[in-house]
Write a protein that binds this ligand. Structure first.
Ligand SMILES: NC(=O)c1ccc[n+]([C@@H]2O[C@H](COP(=O)([O-])OP(=O)(O)OC[C@H]3O[C@@H](n4cnc5c(N)ncnc54)[C@H](O)[C@@H]3O)[C@@H](O)[C@H]2O)c1
Length: 237
C-alpha cells in the first residue's frame, strides 16, 4: 500500500540518495529521485534537477505534490566534496561547493516548506550534513565543512519556522562512508580514520538510511532541529 504523499530525494543517483530511494520505495512510498544524473532505482520517478537552480527545485516540489497528492518527505542529499590540502584550495571550488551543498539545500528546504504549508498536512525535511560541519579536517576543501556547518544551521532555522506549520526539519551528520565519495580519500587517509574511530570501521549507506527513515517516521514526532551524528562515535558533540 502506497503511503500518502511524495518522498523527494535529491542526489538520488548517488550512493546515499539511491539507498534512500530504495528504502522508501520498499516501504511502499511514492518516491521522486532528483539529480543531475539519472536515478536508476526501480519504481522511483527519476527527475533531472540541478539543486542550484531555485526555480527548478520549486518546480520539482510542485510536480511531486501534484502527482502524489501531497508532499510528505523531502531529503536533501545532493552534495559534492573536494579532497585537497587546505592551502591549495581554489576559489572556483569554493563557489561550487557552497552553491551545491549549502545553497542547494536552502532551495530544497524552502521549496519543501512552502509546498508542505500549501498542502496543509505538515511534512518532514531531512538534510544531509556531515561530521565535516562539526570538526575541522585539513584534507578537504574548507568550503565543504563550511557548507555542511551551514546545512546544520539551516536545519535549525527551518525547524523553528516549520514547527508553526507541522513541518519537522532535522539533519544527519555522517562521518566518511564506504562508497564513491569516501573513495576520494586515499587508502592511507581512510585507514587513519578507521584507526581513530571507536567502532574501528567506516560507516555504510545503510547506517545512514536507517537514521533518516527514523527521522521521517512518527517515532520521531517530537524531534525537530536536531543534527544526529552517524559517525561510529568519532565525534560526540
Ligand atoms: N559519502 C560520505 O562519506 C559522506 C559523508 C558525510 C556526508 N555525506 C553527504 O551525503 C550526501 C550524499 O553523498 P554520497 O555519498 O551519496 O555521494 P555521491 O557522490 O555518491 O552522490 C552525490 C549525488 O549528488 C548529485 N549532485 C551533485 N551536484 C548536484 C546538483 N547540482 N544537483 C543535483 N544533484 C547533484 C551527484 O550527481 C551525485 O549523484 C552528500 O550531501 C554528502 O556531502 C557523504
Amino acid at each position: 500500500m502506497t503511503a500518502p504523499g511524495a518522498v523527494v530525494v535529491t542526489g538520488a543517483a548517488g550512493d546515499m540518495g539511491s539507498a534512500l530511494c530504495r528504502a522508501f520505495a520498499a516501504d511502499g512510498r511514492r518516491v521522486f529521485g532528483a539529480d543531475v544524473r539519472r536515478c536508476a532505482v526501480g519504481g522511483v520517478a527519476a527527475v533531472e534537477v540541478d539543486v542550484t537552480d531555485r526555480s527548478a527545485v520549486f518546480a520539482l516540489a510542485e510536480q511531486a505534490a501534484t502527482e502524489a497528492g501531497g508532499l510528505a518527505v523531502w531529503i536533501n542529499a545532493a552534495g559534492l566534496v573536494r579532497t585537497v590540502p587546505t592551502r591549495e584550495a581554489g576559489e572556483d571550488d569554493w563557489h561550487r561547493l557552497i552553491a551545491v551543498n549549502l545553497t542547494g539545500t536552502w532551495h530544497g528546504c524552502s521549496a519543501a516548506l512552502e509546498t508542505m504549508i500549501s498542502g496543509g498536512k505538515g511534512g518532514v525535511i531531512v538534510n544531509v550534513g556531515s561530521l565535516s560541519g562539526q570538526v575541522g579536517y585539513p584534507g578537504l576543501h574548507p568550503a565543504y565543512g563550511a557548507s555542511k556547518a551551514g546545512v546544520h544551521q539551516l536545519t535549525k532555522t527551518y525547524a523553528m519556522e516549520g514547527a508553526r506549520h507541522g513541518v519537522r526539519v532535522n539533519a544527519v551528520a555522517p562521518s566518511v562512508l564506504e562508497g564513491s565519495m569516501g573513495d576520494t580519500f586515499t587508502d592511507e587517509q581512510k585507514s587513519r580514520l578507521v584507526r581513530a574511530n571507536p567502532m574501528k570501521r567506516l560507516g555504510g549507506m545503510d547506517d545512514v538510511t536507517g537514521v533518516v527513515r527514523f527521522l521521517c517516521s512518527d517515532e520521531a514526532a517530537y524531534m525537530t532541529g536536531a543534527t544526529l551524528p552517524v559517525n561510529g562515535g568519532s565525534f560526540m558533540p
